[in-house]
Design a protein around this ligand. Sequence first.
Ligand SMILES: [Zn+2]
Length: 204
Amino acid sequence: MGLISDHAAGQPFMSNPIGEPDAASNGAYPCLILNADYQPLSYYPLSLWSWQDTVKAVFLDRVNVVDQYKFEVSSPSFKMRLPSVVSLKDYVTQNREPAFTRFNLFLRDGFECVYCGDGVELTFDHLIPRRLGGQTSWTNIVAACSKCNLKKGGRLPNEARMHPKVKPFKPNMHQLQAQGRRFPPNHLHESWLDYLYWDVELER
Ligand SMILES: [Zn+2]
């Protein structure tokens, strides 16, 4: 955009971050993206933009700045505190179907084995084994720890006397989002908390 100048190659004005958290996992100064109704666009993964994308959206007039970091970027003609929370001007409807992915399946099952509740060495188990025609689908795949997976082997739940705590189902976006709220990201800026989880402490 040319509005923000890099003072030195590879050293774009980030040398004095005024005590803000490093946010290494999200890049520096990530911005929380709210829908036009001030709900996060997504909980999991939490909808975050890089500060570069955010600044661009501000200048394209697509977002309202809701809150800001203390940190300021500047060019000869322009000065701006980096946004920490923005809301979209146009509401984005969220009725798309969740993709059938490994991640979403683990998310549906809460990153726990459906048999024993353990969260380590998670794998996928076909409830009805493949050799008996079991499909790789939302309603036949569950998250299982490798121990339970091995124990169940190629047997039916009845044969193995192993039954999932919850019958596997095809989740909708709302259900996955609700699950996602239980697994907040490691880094939360304090300005995000008004828009996020009531039940999560700010990490410091
Ligand atoms: Zn298990």
